[in-house]
Design a protein around this ligand. Sequence first.
Ligand code: FAD
Length: 647
Amino acid sequence: MTTIDSKIPQGELKDKWTNYKNHQKLVNPANKRKLDVIVVGTGLAGASAAASLGALGFNVLNFCIQDSPRRAHSIAAQGGINAAKNYQNDGDSVYRLFYDTIKGGDYRAREANVYRLAEVSNSIIDQCVAQGVPFAREYGGLLDNRSFGGAQVSRTFYAKGQTGQQLLLGAYSALSREVNRGSVKLYTRYEMLDVVIIEGRARGIIARNLVTGQIERFFGHAVVLGTGGYGNTFFLSTNAMGSNGSAAIQVYKKGAYFANPCYAQIHPTCIPVHGDIQSKLTLMSESLRNDGRIWVPKKKEDAEALQKGRKTANDIPDEDRDFYLERRYPAFGNLVPRDVASRAAKERCDAGFGVNNTGLAVFLDFKYAIQRLGKDVVAARYGNLFQMYEKITDQNPYETPMMIYPAIHYTMGGLWVDYELQTSIKGLFAIGEANFSDHGANRLGASALMQGLADGYFVLPYTIQNYLADQIQVPRMSTDLPEFQAAEKEVNDKIAKLMSIKGKRSVDSIHKELGLVMWDFVGMARTKESLETAMNKIKALKKEFWSNVFIPGEANSLNTELEKALRLSDFLEIGYLMAIDAYNREESCGGHFRSEYQTEEGEALRQDDKFSYVACWHYQGEDKDPELLKEPLDYEFTERKTRNYKE
Ligand SMILES: Cc1cc2nc3c(=O)[nH]c(=O)nc-3n(C[C@H](O)[C@H](O)[C@H](O)COP(=O)(O)OP(=O)(O)OC[C@H]3O[C@@H](n4cnc5c(N)ncnc54)[C@H](O)[C@@H]3O)c2cc1C
């Protein structure tokens, strides 16, 4: 039986990372120049890793789909990045950030990884400040903080509502320096379509030049994937249109384990869906929950009047408003974690108290914050988010409450990695949202940026050396080797097959159908029956795709429909993996809510005795169900409890 070795170092929690660094193997400067590292992705994880590895002296090849690294999806991040600096003197510490993250993830993450994340969080802020990232400051010049869900301290550093953009500009400037020095070569508008494995180790990739359509081969002594998450499986999500899970599926099919695919985050504060020809959903940052109060009417007749347009929010007096998060979770109020807030919104809407003409929305109200702080202060904190909301909905949130509803936003599942961020394929590493990460079954707000940059700036540059130190005798390999030829042939055959179908359905029409299956049957609440239905529907949809999709144009030139089709072929695989994983996990934890497993109060009911493990799915071949391997999760340093945000 395969055992999973997570390579967690021995010792006390607080000493593990220090001990690891003290004893790991290093590569000397002369040898670094001889080693090629492929980094796929230029988001916060990929760009920070490529820049750091280049600065160390490795020869880095860095790929991205977009025309500039700066357009990676990370640019969209709004609200902020966590760190345990305790600048507010409000009781924060490395341990508390670790504990909040473990608890927020509903005790389904590795303690050692999460502690390391909290430990390096402070270095990230120093690094970014040194790069010139314009974090918000208080009047006296000190860095400002705000609060995000699942924490009772203010530890979130931010740059207005554009934190991701500013952090990415910082990483991009570090990357540009290395490009200029010649240690990093950038390949923009290139899409990785397969990994090349030679004698059990990742040794390169096959990529398509998206402008010319040409398929090209690239060698690397190691390959790093920072290719982001797979939330777009749902078609409608808050992710960038180009976000995809393809690289993860390519390497999964070559033997890398896919971990916890069912852990997907549904974010409570998104602008509600407004029609069936929509292709994108917009997030309203969690930071808004610092000052905005969430409510629905107490009386059903008011909800109905609001749905029919006979009343507006301002017609409902305060005493008839149900601030249901404050009512249910007095200790954390509007700042409960995302999974809890999303389910609570669904519960109210399902019970008939939702607003908007669909009944599928709740209010996020700034009336009280404006009364307390004044409009200017609210505008200074959230002005650009308010403007974005108004542009999309044509409603002024200073005068009438925003309407929000949960939407798919982030994926905690992803490629399984050990403590060194190495997948189950030697020499293949995964960082950022692409790995199954440190967030367990639910990610706390402002922790994705922290994890992506921790991986790229402060973890991978150490751990990858432990692997590369054994590779210094391996000469650069020719891309004419049979393994490269075979991988390229597989890619060409797949493209030729897709182009030859010439069916009747557009890629988007099939993707939309997949999205609906995912939302209806693998969404915020899942049951055994709904998951069986989903698996059957996805299998049928996969057949439909491979027999009836239509891709116009040619393969050997710019062809965005072909790009989308390739990605959809992989989303169909991921959708199935998500469903089978959710089916297997007969418990509720974090973002994974099986309706059969809930407390009397409707909270998630874990089954620690049966499911305290990382589910690692191992590919077994086309049209066969994957094998489930389990990495047990031991809680040595924390006591597992039922999450409580009430007291
Ligand atoms: C609207 C929004 C707001 C958010 N706000 C916050 C926030 O305030 N705080 C927070 O902590 N988190 C936030 N998040 C989450 C966070 O932004 C992401 O988790 C994080 O940025 C992911 O970074 P990444 O580097 O792992 O991947 P990405 O930024 O998604 O980058 C992926 C990279 O991989 C490349 N790529 C992908 N596939 C291929 C391929 N096959 N070949 C070549 N290149 C490929 C892409 O071109 C891109 O460069 C937010 C997310 C959204 C959607």
